[in-house]
Design a protein around this ligand. Structure first.
Ligand SMILES: [Zn+2]
Length: 275
Protein backbone atom coordinates (compact mmCIF):
# COMPACT_ATOMS: atom_id res chain seq x y z
CA UNK A 1 0.00 0.00 0.00
CA UNK A 2 1.23 3.43 -0.81
CA UNK A 3 0.52 6.54 1.06
CA UNK A 4 0.48 9.33 -1.42
CA UNK A 5 0.45 12.49 0.55
CA UNK A 6 0.42 15.98 -0.74
CA UNK A 7 3.39 18.02 0.24
CA UNK A 8 1.12 20.52 1.85
CA UNK A 9 -0.38 17.84 4.05
CA UNK A 10 3.02 16.52 5.03
CA UNK A 11 4.32 19.94 5.85
CA UNK A 12 1.24 20.73 7.83
CA UNK A 13 1.40 17.47 9.73
CA UNK A 14 5.08 17.95 10.40
CA UNK A 15 4.42 21.42 11.65
CA UNK A 16 1.91 19.97 14.04
CA UNK A 17 4.38 17.34 15.13
CA UNK A 18 2.37 14.45 13.79
CA UNK A 19 3.82 13.49 10.44
CA UNK A 20 5.12 10.15 11.60
CA UNK A 21 1.84 8.90 12.92
CA UNK A 22 -0.05 10.43 10.06
CA UNK A 23 2.17 8.71 7.54
CA UNK A 24 1.48 5.34 9.05
CA UNK A 25 5.00 5.04 10.39
CA UNK A 26 5.43 2.12 12.70
CA UNK A 27 5.43 2.24 16.38
CA UNK A 28 8.50 4.38 16.81
CA UNK A 29 8.04 7.91 18.10
CA UNK A 30 8.58 9.08 14.60
CA UNK A 31 8.34 12.80 14.93
CA UNK A 32 9.16 14.84 17.93
CA UNK A 33 6.81 17.50 18.94
CA UNK A 34 7.77 20.95 17.83
CA UNK A 35 9.30 21.52 21.24
CA UNK A 36 11.39 18.39 20.79
CA UNK A 37 13.48 19.96 18.06
CA UNK A 38 16.72 21.59 18.99
CA UNK A 39 15.37 24.59 17.25
CA UNK A 40 12.66 25.25 14.73
CA UNK A 41 13.96 24.56 11.22
CA UNK A 42 13.43 28.02 9.89
CA UNK A 43 11.40 30.88 11.13
CA UNK A 44 8.09 30.71 9.32
CA UNK A 45 7.69 26.93 9.51
CA UNK A 46 8.20 24.08 7.10
CA UNK A 47 6.60 25.67 4.11
CA UNK A 48 9.00 28.58 4.37
CA UNK A 49 11.83 26.14 5.01
CA UNK A 50 10.91 24.15 1.94
CA UNK A 51 10.90 27.26 -0.17
CA UNK A 52 14.17 28.35 1.38
CA UNK A 53 15.72 24.99 0.52
CA UNK A 54 14.33 24.99 -2.97
CA UNK A 55 12.02 22.04 -2.39
CA UNK A 56 9.75 22.67 -5.30
CA UNK A 57 10.42 19.96 -7.85
CA UNK A 58 8.27 17.19 -6.42
CA UNK A 59 4.62 17.84 -5.73
CA UNK A 60 4.27 14.71 -3.63
CA UNK A 61 6.32 12.59 -1.30
CA UNK A 62 5.65 8.90 -1.70
CA UNK A 63 5.95 6.76 1.40
CA UNK A 64 5.82 3.02 0.92
CA UNK A 65 5.73 0.29 3.47
CA UNK A 66 4.59 -2.38 1.07
CA UNK A 67 3.95 -2.76 -2.62
CA UNK A 68 0.43 -2.30 -3.89
CA UNK A 69 0.16 -5.51 -5.86
CA UNK A 70 -1.62 -8.83 -5.86
CA UNK A 71 1.34 -10.46 -7.62
CA UNK A 72 3.44 -12.71 -5.46
CA UNK A 73 6.35 -10.31 -5.23
CA UNK A 74 8.41 -9.70 -2.11
CA UNK A 75 11.30 -7.30 -1.54
CA UNK A 76 13.98 -8.21 0.98
CA UNK A 77 15.90 -5.22 2.31
CA UNK A 78 19.21 -5.19 4.19
CA UNK A 79 20.07 -2.12 6.22
CA UNK A 80 23.20 -0.60 7.77
CA UNK A 81 25.99 -2.13 5.67
CA UNK A 82 28.23 -2.68 3.95
CA UNK A 83 30.00 -4.47 6.77
CA UNK A 84 32.80 -7.03 6.81
CA UNK A 85 31.63 -10.64 7.11
CA UNK A 86 27.98 -9.70 7.02
CA UNK A 87 27.49 -8.21 3.58
CA UNK A 88 29.59 -10.80 1.71
CA UNK A 89 27.72 -13.57 3.53
CA UNK A 90 24.34 -12.13 2.53
CA UNK A 91 25.52 -11.62 -1.05
CA UNK A 92 26.80 -15.20 -1.18
CA UNK A 93 23.36 -16.56 -0.25
CA UNK A 94 21.57 -14.25 -2.68
CA UNK A 95 24.02 -15.12 -5.46
CA UNK A 96 23.64 -18.83 -4.87
CA UNK A 97 19.88 -18.48 -5.07
CA UNK A 98 19.88 -15.99 -7.94
CA UNK A 99 17.72 -13.70 -5.80
CA UNK A 100 17.53 -9.90 -5.80
CA UNK A 101 17.40 -7.62 -2.78
CA UNK A 102 17.80 -3.98 -1.82
CA UNK A 103 20.66 -2.69 0.33
CA UNK A 104 19.95 0.48 2.31
CA UNK A 105 23.51 1.58 2.85
CA UNK A 106 25.04 3.81 5.48
CA UNK A 107 27.25 6.23 3.58
CA UNK A 108 30.26 6.14 5.86
CA UNK A 109 30.18 2.33 5.82
CA UNK A 110 30.19 2.27 2.04
CA UNK A 111 33.06 4.76 1.94
CA UNK A 112 35.06 2.47 4.21
CA UNK A 113 34.02 -0.94 2.89
CA UNK A 114 33.12 -0.38 -0.75
CA UNK A 115 35.46 -3.14 -1.89
CA UNK A 116 33.14 -5.64 -0.23
CA UNK A 117 30.48 -4.92 -2.82
CA UNK A 118 32.60 -4.17 -5.88
CA UNK A 119 31.06 -5.94 -8.84
CA UNK A 120 28.48 -7.71 -6.67
CA UNK A 121 25.44 -5.48 -6.87
CA UNK A 122 24.30 -5.93 -10.46
CA UNK A 123 21.06 -7.72 -9.62
CA UNK A 124 20.39 -5.67 -6.52
CA UNK A 125 19.15 -2.16 -5.76
CA UNK A 126 20.82 0.38 -3.51
CA UNK A 127 19.04 2.76 -1.18
CA UNK A 128 20.17 5.66 0.98
CA UNK A 129 20.16 5.04 4.74
CA UNK A 130 21.95 8.27 5.76
CA UNK A 131 25.64 8.95 6.26
CA UNK A 132 26.09 8.17 9.97
CA UNK A 133 22.80 6.52 11.00
CA UNK A 134 21.53 9.21 13.39
CA UNK A 135 17.93 9.69 14.45
CA UNK A 136 17.06 12.15 11.71
CA UNK A 137 14.08 13.39 13.71
CA UNK A 138 16.55 15.09 16.05
CA UNK A 139 18.36 16.99 13.31
CA UNK A 140 17.50 20.17 11.52
CA UNK A 141 16.84 20.27 7.83
CA UNK A 142 20.28 21.15 6.61
CA UNK A 143 21.83 18.43 8.76
CA UNK A 144 19.40 15.87 7.39
CA UNK A 145 20.01 17.01 3.84
CA UNK A 146 23.77 16.72 4.37
CA UNK A 147 23.31 13.16 5.68
CA UNK A 148 21.37 12.17 2.58
CA UNK A 149 23.29 14.12 -0.02
CA UNK A 150 26.70 12.92 1.17
CA UNK A 151 25.49 9.33 1.04
CA UNK A 152 23.93 9.84 -2.37
CA UNK A 153 27.27 11.01 -3.72
CA UNK A 154 29.31 8.19 -2.20
CA UNK A 155 26.87 5.63 -3.61
CA UNK A 156 27.27 7.16 -7.05
CA UNK A 157 31.03 7.30 -6.68
CA UNK A 158 31.57 3.73 -5.57
CA UNK A 159 28.79 1.86 -7.34
CA UNK A 160 28.04 4.01 -10.37
CA UNK A 161 24.37 3.79 -9.42
CA UNK A 162 21.96 6.55 -8.50
CA UNK A 163 19.73 5.63 -5.57
CA UNK A 164 16.03 6.36 -5.87
CA UNK A 165 14.85 5.25 -2.46
CA UNK A 166 15.58 6.32 1.09
CA UNK A 167 14.91 4.69 4.44
CA UNK A 168 15.35 6.76 7.59
CA UNK A 169 17.35 5.09 10.38
CA UNK A 170 15.05 3.45 12.96
CA UNK A 171 12.14 4.26 10.66
CA UNK A 172 11.98 7.66 12.36
CA UNK A 173 10.44 9.99 9.88
CA UNK A 174 10.46 13.59 10.93
CA UNK A 175 9.47 16.58 8.91
CA UNK A 176 13.09 17.34 8.06
CA UNK A 177 13.53 13.87 6.59
CA UNK A 178 10.42 14.28 4.47
CA UNK A 179 11.67 17.58 3.14
CA UNK A 180 15.13 16.20 2.43
CA UNK A 181 13.65 13.20 0.61
CA UNK A 182 11.51 15.57 -1.41
CA UNK A 183 14.51 17.67 -2.29
CA UNK A 184 16.51 14.59 -3.33
CA UNK A 185 13.64 13.17 -5.35
CA UNK A 186 13.53 10.01 -3.25
CA UNK A 187 10.67 7.76 -2.43
CA UNK A 188 10.64 6.91 1.28
CA UNK A 189 10.60 3.18 1.97
CA UNK A 190 9.68 1.67 5.32
CA UNK A 191 8.69 -1.99 5.76
CA UNK A 192 5.76 -4.28 6.39
CA UNK A 193 7.60 -7.31 7.76
CA UNK A 194 10.81 -7.73 9.68
CA UNK A 195 13.24 -10.27 10.95
CA UNK A 196 12.93 -11.00 14.66
CA UNK A 197 16.57 -11.17 15.45
CA UNK A 198 16.08 -11.51 19.19
CA UNK A 199 13.37 -14.13 19.00
CA UNK A 200 13.02 -17.79 18.10
CA UNK A 201 15.80 -18.71 20.50
CA UNK A 202 18.32 -17.95 17.81
CA UNK A 203 16.92 -20.73 15.60
CA UNK A 204 17.33 -19.73 11.93
CA UNK A 205 14.83 -22.30 10.74
CA UNK A 206 12.14 -20.90 13.04
CA UNK A 207 12.92 -17.40 11.81
CA UNK A 208 12.72 -18.64 8.24
CA UNK A 209 9.37 -20.33 8.80
CA UNK A 210 7.95 -17.17 10.36
CA UNK A 211 8.93 -15.09 7.34
CA UNK A 212 7.81 -17.69 4.81
CA UNK A 213 4.42 -17.95 6.53
CA UNK A 214 3.85 -14.22 7.06
CA UNK A 215 4.92 -12.67 3.75
CA UNK A 216 2.07 -11.49 1.55
CA UNK A 217 2.08 -10.10 -2.00
CA UNK A 218 3.93 -6.79 -1.89
CA UNK A 219 5.69 -7.35 1.42
CA UNK A 220 8.81 -5.34 2.13
CA UNK A 221 10.95 -7.28 4.60
CA UNK A 222 13.43 -5.55 6.92
CA UNK A 223 16.73 -7.29 7.64
CA UNK A 224 20.26 -6.13 8.38
CA UNK A 225 23.69 -6.85 6.98
CA UNK A 226 25.55 -5.31 9.91
CA UNK A 227 25.33 -5.41 13.67
CA UNK A 228 25.62 -7.91 16.46
CA UNK A 229 25.70 -11.68 16.21
CA UNK A 230 22.01 -12.11 16.93
CA UNK A 231 21.47 -11.06 13.36
CA UNK A 232 23.16 -14.23 12.19
CA UNK A 233 19.72 -15.79 12.54
CA UNK A 234 18.82 -13.95 9.35
CA UNK A 235 21.92 -14.88 7.37
CA UNK A 236 21.74 -18.50 8.47
CA UNK A 237 18.04 -18.72 7.63
CA UNK A 238 18.12 -16.73 4.42
CA UNK A 239 18.47 -19.64 2.00
CA UNK A 240 15.56 -21.42 3.67
CA UNK A 241 13.44 -18.25 3.46
CA UNK A 242 14.11 -17.83 -0.24
CA UNK A 243 13.41 -21.49 -0.89
CA UNK A 244 10.22 -21.47 1.17
CA UNK A 245 8.91 -18.31 -0.44
CA UNK A 246 9.59 -19.64 -3.90
CA UNK A 247 7.69 -22.79 -3.02
CA UNK A 248 4.77 -20.51 -2.17
CA UNK A 249 5.12 -18.95 -5.63
CA UNK A 250 6.87 -15.74 -4.57
CA UNK A 251 9.54 -13.94 -6.56
CA UNK A 252 12.18 -11.88 -4.81
CA UNK A 253 12.56 -8.47 -6.41
CA UNK A 254 14.20 -5.17 -5.57
CA UNK A 255 12.19 -2.37 -4.00
CA UNK A 256 12.19 -0.31 -7.23
CA UNK A 257 10.96 -3.40 -9.11
CA UNK A 258 8.27 -3.94 -6.50
CA UNK A 259 7.13 -0.32 -6.70
CA UNK A 260 7.14 -0.44 -10.50
CA UNK A 261 4.58 -3.24 -10.21
CA UNK A 262 2.25 -1.08 -8.12
CA UNK A 263 -1.32 -1.29 -9.24
CA UNK A 264 -3.25 1.94 -9.64
CA UNK A 265 -4.60 3.51 -6.49
CA UNK A 266 -8.26 3.25 -5.78
CA UNK A 267 -10.15 6.11 -7.42
CA UNK A 268 -11.33 7.06 -3.98
CA UNK A 269 -8.03 8.87 -3.69
CA UNK A 270 -5.35 9.22 -1.08
CA UNK A 271 -5.52 7.38 2.18
CA UNK A 272 -4.81 10.51 4.14
CA UNK A 273 -6.98 13.51 4.45
CA UNK A 274 -5.04 16.02 6.43
CA UNK A 275 -5.79 19.17 4.56
ZN1 LIG B 1 19.51 1.22 10.12
Amino acid sequence: MVRRISRRAVLRAALLGGAGAAAGVAAAPAVRSWCGWDRPPVSGGYAAAADDLGVVAHPDVNIHYRGRTSEKLVAFTFDDGPAPHWTPAVLDVLDAAGASATFFMVGRNLARHHRLVDGRLARHAIGNHSWSHPDLATLDQRQVYDELHRTHEVIREHTGRTPEVFRPPFGHLGGSAVLAADRMGYDIVLWSDEMHERSFGGDPQAQAKFIVDSVRPGSIVLAHDAGDDRRLITVDGLAAMIDGLRRRGFRLVTVPELLAANQPAEPSGPALALH
